[in-house]
Design a binder for this molecule. Structure first.
Ligand code: ZN
Ligand code: ZN
Ligand code: FE
Length: 758
């Protein structure tokens, strides 16, 4: 019988996911000798035995690896036989090539849950149970290689029984770095809002009792604190909103199981799969009517964000409820609290009680938010469960740090053919978020072993991320236009390199002419772009004030459509406003005083919502536009008249004409459902038609869609559907958000292409 020895190097997510015990078992099954070990780039293994057996082994390893492993590269070669018949697991060795991929945090597995609910098990009701197939990863890791000493579990020496599991290659907890039990591991404590421990025999049972009584409890989770209340108790939910200063923005809920979720929302198979996946994101689901929870959870919204429990602690609490509101433990736009003292300081006025634990979170990570449309997931917030798994790129990249935008900031680091997008950092508008941004950059550089040679940033002169890039300009910086980055993000996900027509339907993005862009059609590749179509410009009186109060923007559109006569119009929303304020607004808009010009589609949506009397002041960014979407009855409407002029080689969609049509319907007292329907159809047709003309002119048949307005599913499906009917190849993002959370990836690949291209 011919024997041979094979050495195989495996790259990908193979550490902390039960890879070595799996290989060990597989080698036994195929009667092979050899070894397996972790390295800094992944795993190294050697196998020795009969040729057919080694082939069978390699086949099985690549076709059916353990569930959490992701093999991105496997190379093997034959080496000198050592006549080894036993198989061993060697302990880790630090290698020069530090590129082992760190797994995202993983929801508790069924095996662990079964043990936790087994009265005979030594971990009965233990809220930190985990194994190599589940548990915390990214949020507790300080450095690589991934070993207990480099995690926040370092301070919990394992008891003899845990040790035994940890060292047994055939145990489910072999080298499970966060392995713990009630004897040796982390514990929960219930405290008052000032941090005084409560005298409770069972802190979890006491927490359940307090929640049932309607109290607000801050509960420490995997990536940070949640503020928690009973979602069926309207006054508690309202009190939480008041204290958290979050008046109307939707709150997510957690339900104990799929059956309960189905009593409050419609769930299609794609949504069900995602809800039950190990990622456990918040999934936006269509609410049932009547809606069994208090409407204060997501007022005025057709959707409710729902998730299933993902930590053992969640399971122990949620089984006593039908739904709990679980919202990030922060005040308005600050980062989520992770440290116990920090939580008491920042949330002490919001929560009545704190359920804490003593396993530190190194890196905060909010819950991810995803929608499923036509069976395909689309990201609203890509965070816990996704980060730091990379997006794989078509080309090798230089090492680049892209610092993202301002709203919904993420950062991205590239290395070889991988782009690592950070968890959601938030709106870079305060010092705390900027600190979190810096900490995330440094942390990712360390655990990914990346030393960027260039920083890519947005062109906006006031973005804190851009200013931060300027302060680090010694590294080399690359400015990237906002909408070019949006479109490049789509290209990166799909490996597109030839020029595309990019439709960016967005709120705010700084343009190279100093105006605020946001309704753009670009012809772009990864290095440059040409702005070839857009909405016509309208002044934005007072800048940011016009975003928060869309009625101001509505007045500006009316001036552009009717000139001085606009105040003769019999429009209810104007009559409600102080005439003096309107006079000043007019002066600003007409005189160009603090009134940058904008081609933003987000502003146009907001303004139409204001004109139609749906929402005149935004409680949160984009809310009026969202409410205009929500009243859309979901059928097809006749568009308003629209036109697109071809001026100086650019196509300009005439906004005043659309405004006059909308106003006509309002004056005829048409219902808001119809106005929303016709307005959506108009925008869909105007962009699709313009893109088609650009395609005819340029011969480009590939179209990429991105920008925050495409979170509007009617708009996205409308534009994509129209263009597909015309036989274009239409691409959208699935791995990264269409909103500004996706900018960093786009910035990184543009900077990479420019460096590669010289
Ligand atoms: Zn497990
Ligand atoms: Zn133990
Ligand atoms: Fe944007």
């Amino acid at each position: 019988m011919t024997r041979r020895r094979i050495r195989a190097e495996v790259e990908g997510i193979v550490q902390g996911v039960g890879f070595r015990p799996f290989v060990y078992q597989l080698a036994k099954d195929f009667q092979l000798g050899g070894f397996v070990m972790n390295t800094s780039y992944g795993a190294l293994l050697e196998i020795e035995g009969a040729i057919e057996k080694t082939e069978g082994f390699l086949e099985k390893l690549s076709s059916a690896p353990p569930p959490l492993a992701r093999i991105t590269n496997l190379t093997s070669k034959e080496i000198q036989s050592e006549n080894q018949s036993d198989f061993v697991i060697k302990t880790s060795e630090a290698s020069e090539r530090m590129s082992a991929l760190i797994s995202p945090d993983v929801a508790v597995c069924d095996d662990c849950l079964a043990e936790m609910f087994d009265p005979m098990d030594r971990r009965h009701l233990y809220p930190f149970i985990n194994c190599t197939n589940c548990g915390p990863r990214y949020t507790i890791i300080q450095d690589i290689p991934y070993d207990r000493e480099k995690t926040s579990m370092r301070v919990f020496p394992m008891c003899p029984e845990c040790q035994k599991e940890y060292h047994n290659p055939l145990d489910r907890r072999f080298h499970a770095q966060p392995n713990a039990c009630p004897v040796c591991g982390p514990v929960v404590t219930l405290t008052s809002s000032t941090g005084k421990p409560l005298d409770a025999d069972d802190p979890i049972a006491e927490t359940v009792r307090l929640l049932k009584k309607g109290r607000i409890v801050a509960i420490k989770g995997l990536g940070g604190y949640h503020l928690v209340v009973d979602a069926t108790n309207e006054s508690s939910v309202k009190l939480l909103r008041e204290r958290k200063r979050r008046e109307e923005k939707p709150l997510a809920v957690m339900c104990p199981d799929m059956g309960t979720i189905k009593t409050l929302a419609d769930v299609n198979p794609g949504e069900e799969r995602l809800l039950e996946s190990i990622i456990r994101p918040i999934v936006l689901l269509a609410k049932k009517h009547p809606f069994p929870l208090t409407d204060a959870t997501a007022p005025g919204n057709r959707f409710i964000g729902v998730m299933l429990p993902y930590t053992p602690l969640h399971h122990l609490i949620i089984r006593n409820f039908s739904a709990l509101v679980m919202t990030s433990g922060n005040l308005s736009e600050e980062p989520i609290a992770i440290d116990n003292n920090e939580a008491l300081r920042r949330l002490g006025d919001t929560a009545d009680f704190f359920l804490m634990h003593n396993r530190d979170i190194y890196l905060r990570s909010d819950d991810s938010v995803v929608t499923v449309d036509n069976g395909r997931p689309s990201q609203i917030r890509r965070s816990r469960g996704y980060a730091p798994a990379p997006v794989f790129l078509r080309n090798k990249q230089p090492q680049i740090l892209a610092v993202g935008g301002e709203q919904k900031n993420t950062v991205c680091l590239t290395k070889e053919n991988r782009a690592f997008i950070s968890q959601h950092i938030g709106d870079l508008e305060n010092l705390q978020t900027l600190d979190f941004f810096e900490m995330t950059v440094n942390h990712l550089k360390r655990i990914l072993d990346i030393e960027p040679e260039c920083i890519a940033h947005d062109l906006h002169p006031d973005y804190l991320s851009g200013k931060w890039a300027m302060e680090h300009r010694e590294l080399g910086i690359e400015g990237v236009q906002h909408h070019h980055a949006h479109i490049a993000g789509v290209m990166a996900e799909h490996g597109l390199e030839e020029p595309v027509i990019g439709i960016a339907c967005d709120g705010t993005g700084y343009g190279e002419d100093g105006c605020i862009w946001g309704g753009e059609i670009l012809v772009a590749d990864l290095r440059r772009y040409q702005r070839i179509g857009r909405l016509s410009y309208t002044p934005m009186p007072g800048g940011a004030a016009a975003i928060k109060e869309p009625w101001r923007m509505a007045v500006s559109y009316l001036i552009s459509a009717y000139g001085d006569d606009f105040d003769q119009l019999d429009l209810p929303f104007i009559k409600k406003r102080d005439p003096e304020k309107i006079r000043i607004l007019k002066q600003m808009a007409v005189g160009g005083i603090r009134s940058p010009l904008t081609s933003s589609l987000g502003r146009l949506f907001d303004a139409v919502a204001a004109m139609a009397g749906i929402k005149e002041i935004a409680a949160f960014e984009g809310q009026p536009a969202m409410m205009l979407e929500m009243v859309h009855p979901g059928k097809i409407f006749q568009p308003y008249a629209y036109e697109c002029e071809n001026k100086d080689d650019a196509f300009i969609i005439n906004v005043p004409l659309i405004i006059r049509e909308v106003v006509g319907d309002i004056l005829r007292n048409e219902p808001v459902e119809k106005i929303s329907g016709r307005f959506h159809s108009t925008i869909i047709n105007a962009f699709a038609q313009t893109a088609k003309e650009i395609a005819l002119k340029t011969g480009i048949g590939t179209i990429a869609l991105s920008g925050g307005c495409f979170q509007n599913r009617i708009l996205l499906n409308g534009v994509a559907g129209k263009l597909k009917q015309l036989n274009f190849n239409v691409y959208t993002q699935q791995l990264t958000p269409v909103n500004d959370g996706g900018l960093s990836l786009g910035q990184a690949v543009i900077a990479g292409a420019r460096i590669r291209g010289g």
